[in-house]
Design a binder for this molecule. Sequence first.
Ligand SMILES: [Zn+2]
Length: 366
Amino acid sequence: MVLTKDELERYRRHTILPMIGINGQKKIKNAKVLIVGMGGLGSPLAMYLAASGVGTLGLVDFDNVEASNLQRQIIHKTSNIGKPKTESALESLVEINPYIKVNCFNEALSSANAIDIFNQYDIICDGTDNFQTRYLINDACILTGKINVFGSINQFEGQISVFGADKGPCYRCLFPEPPIPGSVPSCAEAGVLGILPGVIGTIEATEVIKLICGIGTPLIGRLLNYDALSMQFNEVKFTKDKDCPCCGMNPTITQLIDYEDFCNNTISSFKEITANQLKEQIKKKQMPILLDVREDDEVALGTITGSIHIPMGEIPNRLNEIPKNETVVVFCHLGIRSKNVIQYLQEQGYQNLVNLKGGIDAYQSF
Ligand SMILES: [Zn+2]
């Protein structure tokens, strides 16, 4: 692996760093890094790793660019709305650095393709926004022996760690069980400061370069927390769990599992109704009792006429307003918080609860 004259010129600020040098830059050029998710975290990750000269970058995403992505996903441009995110990202990366190779996987990461894809790379970066994919990435990294550079964001806070390195703990050592479905709202539901993924993704990229060059102290066995509001970082140390089902002494996860099922089986069963079915019922004057659990400012944008409105956080104190012996259809924005409310109400003895699938978002789009 040699660096051309143009590359030597381009990477001069790296090569004059004694800890990187020409040798380090060659290691960077030789490295193959996979980024799962071309969203808020994937944007700075891909842009900085490309600019740094990582020789082969893999990008995994099945989504298309939407207008609501552009507040934080800075790799995508307004003119690329509607295009696959991997293609849109590729356009930016070629402009940033034409000396690297970029492979696009315009598909969802799954138990069927993860091992094959991971085998082609040295380091895997988690830029995803859901628990199914986080557990999938973790397990696939352990099974293929790859390092997992992890980041996550929520509103004004973020976390970063490095999992699965030699003797280091994995994501499951830190979080053995997935959260109750719906208990952790997604960025689509809870919102996120546009700059936040820039900070967290950039720290992930820093860890990648350190790992490639073998310099500094990576975040192995350390979970770094960042709070943008107080502008503070703090760190939680954690160790390998010898009973970890994935990286422990006697692992029970020896192949990839159904992660959808793994992350959802903590919830008791409940019925669901689609937006279309609900509209039909209302048309036939079979209006069920509807419970809107969104916040006041969301309801102000529109609701289903005749709904009872109790914001999620007020439910425990206002149970007397929810009829126990009739069917109640619970809804929120996207149908995730409502599942959480249903689980809570079931614990309080309610039985006839139905979730509006896709929430009012689906209802209003019919
Ligand atoms: Zn583990």
